[in-house]
Design a protein around this ligand. Structure first.
Ligand SMILES: [Zn+2]
Length: 243
């Protein structure tokens, strides 16, 4: 079983028809889904599954399983206190899977904003976490980062309205192109699998499996919440949305 990840090619898809493949202690496994599972620094989606009978099962989180027969598969984790509806749900049931779009759009805006911040600073990162509340990036540098400069540059990129596109390639293909390798080399996955590149046209290109807005204009209001010295070699930048 591999759940078809509809969010990978269309991050704006808010719902899809799906079929329950299995139900385990880890969650509900579906034939296809619009729910993004926690990974690549981005939080998992919440939302609901609506059965053919019109019952609603709330999903609190989405995660890739770490063990068991469904290792690495996408588990839709039900919110607590729904034993009755869960006990009626069966393999093979048709459901409508709907994400909490308001929350997801915040993930998308902040994730794209974090790529923009990385491109502006041009400093390697060694950690990134995107939730609906903030994006946190750990930049490997001993120099201070000026929040005013970063705020201004972020605003300029939002105003400029740069397109954000997805490109599918492979590790082999990237290694054949010295320019591309120089840009994405440090983030290159180790497997031979297809690599998805997120391209902020004219600004940034990097491998990323997360969900992004289509144009930097859609990031909207974003600003630096704080910059901390996390370690002697790392400065942590936290971004937040302001509308
Ligand atoms: Zn990313």
């Amino acid at each position: 079983m591999t759940t078809k990840p509809l969010y990978a090619s269309d991050a704006y898809l808010t719902q899809c028809a799906s079929v329950v493949v299995d139900i385990t202690a880890e969650g509900i496994f579906l034939s296809e889904t619009v729910f993004y599972p926690l990974g690549g620094g981005q939080a998992g989606d919440a939302g609901m599954l609506v059965t053919e009978g019109g019952e609603t099962l709330f999903i609190a989180d989405t995660r890739k399983t770490r063990e068991g027969i469904y290792l690495g598969e996408t588990a839709h984790v039900p919110a607590d206190g729904q034993h009755d509806i869960l006990s009626r749900l069966r393999k093979g049931d048709k459901v409508q899977a709907r994400i909490d779009w308001e929350k997801r759009l915040r993930h998308m805006r902040l994730h794209t904003a974090s790529h923009v911040a990385g491109a502006i600073l041009g400093i390697e990162t060694d950690g990134c976490s995107v939730t609906s509340a903030h994006a946190r990036l750990d930049f490997v540098t001993t120099d201070p980062i000026d929040p005013e400069m970063l705020n201004h540059a972020l605003e300029q990129v939002v105003i400029a309205g740069r397109e954000v596109t997805l490109e599918l390639t492979s590790v082999n293909e990237i290694e054949r192109q010295p320019e591309l390798l120089a840009t994405v080399g440090s983030n290159l996955p180790v497997s031979d699998d297809a690599v998805r590149l997120v391209h902020i046209v004219g600004l940034d290109l990097q491998p990323c499996a997360g969900t992004h807005v289509r144009n930097t204009r859609e990031i909207g209001g974003v600003r630096v919440k704080k910059i901390e010295k996390k370690s002697s070699r790392t400065r942590r930048v936290t971004l937040e949305l302001i509308n």
